[in-house]
Ligand binder design. Structure first.
Ligand code: SAH
Length: 255
């Protein structure tokens, strides 16, 4: 009896860890989220019971308490359970809540981290979230609710990445502008990143809301000067040009 909280990676099914894939292939029960690639679920041990615990704004399946109950019940029945979550299980996915519920029920578990969309989705749009001379910090926020104290203390420098906020982009833009950032600050919204359906929309704080009306989750927003470099290193679609940004950078320091 054991539960593995496994990160499935950001979308492309090949972006899972070796350990994560091995566990999927050998588990007795696979409990997965909505964002997990069907190609990974197809890898499950043919004898495994597969439970779709996917939850989302439209397709509400199970409340979190019910998922916790299923995990505990399955483990107590003696099964090896893989709880497969999009990206990294401990990033905005209630993985911590599940871990606490397992501890309370005295169920042994392990966490198998995954590649989070935080870095991977911008990377597939050609955007490094930090870049020498442009941003040496990055703040990641959940756009699920804009009531939290973090939204009152947005950084005026560096990169801002927002998960789950695409439907509230107008309010997010307002908050960022209120900190004094220029309306010309570049912004990218990336829909279904790392998958064949990846769609990248670039603009500025002034026009991104207008440009992204048709975008649907999952989508991630990245705000800051780093977005401009993607004009040169958009490797996923093959648009690369080292001169786009390279010449404007300070000389490399060997330190
Ligand atoms: N644990 C996950 C995040 C869960 S919250 C992780 O580490 O990546 C879900 C949010 O992640 C989505 O609303 C979206 O903002 C972002 N996201 C996940 N996969 C994505 C993808 N393929 N493309 C764009 N955004 C994605």
């Amino acid at each position: 009896m054991k539960i593995f909280l496994v990160g499935a990676g950001p979308g492309d099914p090949e972006l899972i860890t070796v350990r994560g894939l091995e566990l999927i292939q050998t588990c007795d029960v696979l409990v997965h989220d909505r964002l997990v690639s069907p190609a990974l679920i197809a890898q499950a041990n043919p004898q495994a019971q597969v439970i779709n615990a996917g939850k989302g704004p439209e397709k509400k399946r199970y409340p979190q308490s019910e998922i916790n109950r299923i995990l505990i019940e399955q483990a107590q029945a003696g099964n090896t359970v893989v709880r497969l979550k999009g990206g990294d299980p401990f990033v905005f996915g209630l993985g911590g809540d599940e871990a606490l519920a397992l501890i309370a029920a005295d169920i042994p578990f392990e966490v198998v981290p995954g590649i989070s969309s935080i870095t991977a989705v911008p990377a597939y749009a050609g955007i490094p979230i930090t870049h020498r001379g442009l941003a040496s910090s990055c703040v990641v926020l959940s756009g699920h609710s804009l009531d939290g104290p973090e939204w009152q203390h947005l950084p005026t420098l560096g990169t801002i990445v927002v998960l789950m906020g695409v439907r509230k982009l107008d309010q997010i833009v307002e908050r960022v502008l209120a900190t004094g950032r220029s309306a010309e600050t570049p912004v990218a919204v990336i829909e279904s990143g790392t998958t064949p359906a990846q769609h990248v929309i670039k603009g500025t704080l002034a026009d991104i809301v207008e440009k992204t009306r048709a975008v649907r989750p999952p989508a991630l927003t990245i705000i800051g000067e780093v977005v401009n470099i993607s004009d040169g290193i958009d490797w996923f679609t093959g648009n690369t040009d080292a001169t786009v940004w390279g010449t404007a950078q300070p000389a490399l320091q060997d330190d």
